[in-house]
Design a protein around this ligand. Structure first.
Ligand code: AMP
Ligand code: GLY
Length: 429
């Protein structure tokens, strides 16, 4: 076995904690650094205060610590070109450059890309004026789907039932009032019925390896009610009709990779395929709802614990362009992630509330508590510091066992005003 490679993970959420955890078990990864990290990550990696938005600071961090491999967690630094800058400095990077990141950073770009390459997605119009919006809405019936072009931290999609309200939403977006520049271009598309599914694929631009399928729960409250959030829970794998994953590979992943290559866009990292499966019985219809150019949060927390192989080797090989030499992904068991959020999230919420029960020595085996919005206060206690505070994961031999373990672990954790969904995985029953 050759020398181990030190790694830098960019980000500080539950997704990055799960990534650092998976890397910490790798035979090919040496020391792990993380910027900015969080108190949970700090138990497994050396954390640094550098801001992921500050490209120079991250480049200096790599140079100062001899880091030759970086994995970028969140979308914003990818869209602003951090991967290009680090590659320019001779670092192997897991994560696409700014051009590839447009698949997430611009919905108008990604929809036009799918249209160019015959990738199934809802019929759409790209609108820059009120007249264009009115015409696009007139062609459709409710519910309407209106999407801001740019990054919007999960707040850029609107699904109004009423035509007048839809036009109001368009006006607010086009004027910049609702989301600033992110909303000055809009995508208006057909509403897709069916069940959502997340498929993540690791790729070096040529070869790809599909991770176990997962399902997120975006609404804040039980019964899929309330506002959309970044994700309140996830489980993996998802029970699917036979052949669906092979079709996702053939109908979505392969044409996406060949489309990127034909446009001269090098893509190394993970492609997140947000899909809708239409309920047409045996013959599911697959459409892409969205691409993301990074791991899903909280899907990652439910996917990585299932992997039987060396995640570090896969991630490093994707970054170095040698994924072809890696074995196919094998996984086993079930994992179930429940997000513990601050009361009020995704709206206003309090911070700095002490969290107890994190170091539970009697915690059920096969459970993990990934930190997201946490920090340490002056006396060293872990406190809340964000909307999504913790991702609590249970693993087990079947779906019910994994779920039971996740909720059993949650029962030992408390903080004031905490909120979590009691019905993660309901649609699987
Ligand atoms: P996106 O950011 O594009 O993934 O959209 C956020 C959420 O809005 C998705 O996860 C879906 O639940 C919903 N959504 C987006 N586009 C559509 C569509 N065309 N039809 C139905 N629901 C959609
Ligand atoms: N869980 C949805 C996302 O990561 O975009």
């Amino acid at each position: 076995m050759g020398e181990k490679t030190d790694a830098l993970v960019i980000g500080g959420g539950g997704r990055e904690h799960a990534i650092v955890h998976a890397l910490s078990k790798s035979n090919v990864i040496g020391k792990i650094h993380c910027a900015p990290g969080n108190p949970g990550i700090a138990e497994l990696a050396r954390t640094h205060g550098a801001d992921p938005g500050d490209i120079e600071a991250i480049r200096a961090l790599c140079a100062d610590n001899g880091i030759k491999f970086a994995l970028i967690g969140p979308e914003a630094p990818l869209v602003s070109g951090l991967a290009d800058a680090l590659r320019g400095a001779g670092i192997a990077v897991f994560g696409p450059g700014a051009k590839g990141a447009m698949l997430e950073g611009s919905k108008a770009f990604s929809k036009a890309f799918m249209a160019r390459h015959g990738i199934p997605t809802a019929p759409f119009d790209i609108c820059r004026t009120e007249d264009e919006c009115a015409a696009a809405l007139a062609k459709r019936k409710p519910p309407f789907v209106i999407k801001a072009d740019g990054l919007a931290a999960g707040k850029g999609v609107f699904l109004p039932d009423d035509r007048g309200e839809a036009m109001e939403i368009c006006r607010g977006l086009l004027s910049g009032e609702t989301l600033g520049d992110s909303g000055r271009t809009l995508v208006i598309e057909d509403y897709l019925h069916g069940k959502e599914l997340t498929v993540l694929a690791l790729t070096d631009g040529e070869t790809f390896k599909i991770l176990p399928p997962s399902r997120d729960h975006k609404r804040a409250y039980d019964g899929d009610r309330g506002p959309n959030t970044g994700g309140m829970g996830a489980y993996s794998p998802v029970c699917l009709p036979g052949g669906v994953i092979a079709r996702v590979a053939d109908e979505v992943m392969k044409p996406t990779l060949s489309g990127l290559a034909s446009e001269g866009i090098e893509y190394r990292g993970v492609l997140y395929m947000g899909l809708m499966l239409a309920e047409t019985g045996g013959n599911a219809e697959i459409s892409v709802v969205e691409y993301n150019v990074r791991f899903g949060d909280p899907e990652t927390q439910a996917v990585l614990p299932l992997l039987l192989g060396d995640f570090g080797r896969l991630a490093l090989s994707a970054a170095e362009g040698t994924l072809r030499g890696c074995p196919d992904i094998e996984y086993g068991g079930n994992a179930f992630c429940v997000v513990m959020a601050s009361g009020g999230y995704p709206g206003k919420f309090r911070k700095s509330l002490v969290i107890s029960g994190l170091d539970d020595e009697d915690a059920p085996a096969g459970t993990f508590v990934y930190h997201a919005g946490t920090s340490r206060n002056d006396d060293g206690s872990v406190v809340t510091n964000g909307g999504r505070v913790l991702s609590v994961v249970g693993t087990g031999g079947d779906f019910a066992a994994a779920r039971e373990k996740a909720y059993a672990r949650i029962a030992g954790i408390t903080f004031e005003n905490m909120h979590y969904r009691r019905d993660i995985g309901w649609s699987e029953e």
